[in-house]
Write a protein that binds this ligand. Structure first.
Ligand code: COI
Length: 359
């Protein structure tokens, strides 16, 4: 690894009580470039802008995908990643679907660990805090022919994160717009999936809703995802989540929730969720909770669901009685080294890891 550390850290000007998610970046970033059919050296360097021509293929044809993952720091300054292999597998699935080269395991893992080790003091300590890591791959050829790029960049940047979306949100069931279709890129963390969701979300915001529940594109009658998250529905004491598919992202938080719920003896049904079933359960007073899960927010509980011209209000449920909150606490406990890790999900990043890779 090529290591170029900053001579002017910005850490002393970072106020953990006053920042927004995604607008503050740690001192360093990881860069690795692909050219002539191979990935080059991994570089750790000061975070900063890069220069690209407007003819860059990412800007024109959108060959770009990313990952979202978190690192936590405990009271001993020990730092942990959470199930990074899952993100490694997924970024390569996304890359392949977008006709981009896969990245080697060492490039991804060493890059992540080096960044987290070097900037470990940027990870705010305390409940709800973490470091959000954003690995991404994008095209860098300067060419307007509509074809695959021959040059790419892999980068990892990182932004401190705190608990956000704390209040329950209201969501609108989509009866027209779609996030994904069979044969498309819905399962991939393709940058364009997010771009395509912004306009329908804006329309939902204008109607007073925070997010959209994405439904299947063919019939709009089954729950698929919610906002940028996977979705869970609790009817009485059983929780339901749709199976992953070519339209649904295979979320790491989703999978962790399923495993944690089962460990807690909660019945989990992974099956299609008809909108009608949710509406009927609501009418019968059996719909207890609906929530989204994702790396960034971990859990976002819903207070209302818009369907046709109706607004279904969800029952108020205490944190003690909420499966969503119970599972979130257990997950964050494991992630942040506050709880036992029976699944072996937590990966410690050794102090001095970066220097051990110096060439
Ligand atoms: C996540 O939950 O990690 C996401 O995908 C949200 C991200 C786009 C900010």
């Amino acid at each position: 690894m090529i290591i170029q550390k900053t001579e002017s850290s910005r850490l002393s000007s970072f106020d953990k009580n006053n920042f927004n998610f995604g607008d503050t970046f740690v001192d360093h970033m990881i860069i690795c470039e692909y050219e002539d059919g191979k990935w080059g050296d991994v570089k750790l360097m000061p975070y900063g802008p890069l220069q690209f021509s407007p003819a860059n293929m990412t800007f024109n044809y959108g060959q770009a995908c990313f990952e979202g993952m978190k690192a936590y720091r405990d009271a001993n300054n020990d730092v942990f990643l959470f199930r990074p292999e899952k993100n490694f597998e997924r970024i390569n699935k996304s890359a392949s679907r977008l006709a981009m080269p896969e990245i080697p395991y060492e490039v991804f893992m060493n890059g992540l660990k080096a960044l987290v080790d070097t900037d470990r003091l940027w990870i705010p300590q305390g409940e709800g805090y973490s470091l959000y890591l954003r690995p991404l791959i994008f095209a860098t050829s300067e060419m307007l022919k509509a074809s695959v790029s021959y040059k790419y960049m892999f980068a990892i940047i990182a932004t401190p994160a705190k608990a956000y979306y704390t209040k329950p949100v209201s969501v609108l069931i989509s009866d027209y717009y779609s996030r994904a279709a069979n044969g498309g890129v819905g399962f991939a963390k393709a940058a364009g999936n997010y771009a395509g969701a912004f306009y329908p979300t804006h329309l939902a915001n204008q109607k007073g809703y925070d997010q959209i529940i994405w439904t299947d594109d063919a019939t709009h009658s089954y729950f698929e995802e919610s906002g940028t998250m996977n979705v869970f529905v609790r009817i009485e004491d059983t929780i339901y989540t749709p199976p992953t598919s070519e339209r649904i992202l295979d979320g790491v938080t989703r999978d962790s929730f399923i495993q944690l719920a089962k460990k807690n003896g909660i019945e989990v049904v992974v099956d299609k969720i008809p909108v009608e079933t949710v509406v009927k359960a609501h009418k019968e007073g059996k719909l207890k909770e609906v929530w989204g899960v994702g790396t960034a927010v971990v859990t976002s509980r819903f207070e209302a669901i818009g369907y046709n011209d109706e607004k279904l209000m969800l029952p108020e449920i205490s944190d003690e009685d909420s499966f969503a909150i119970k599972l979130k606490h257990e997950l964050v406990g494991i992630q942040s080294n506050q709880a036992e890790d029976p699944f072996g999900w937590r990966i410690k990043v050794e102090k001095g890891f970066t220097d051990s890779l110096a060439k």
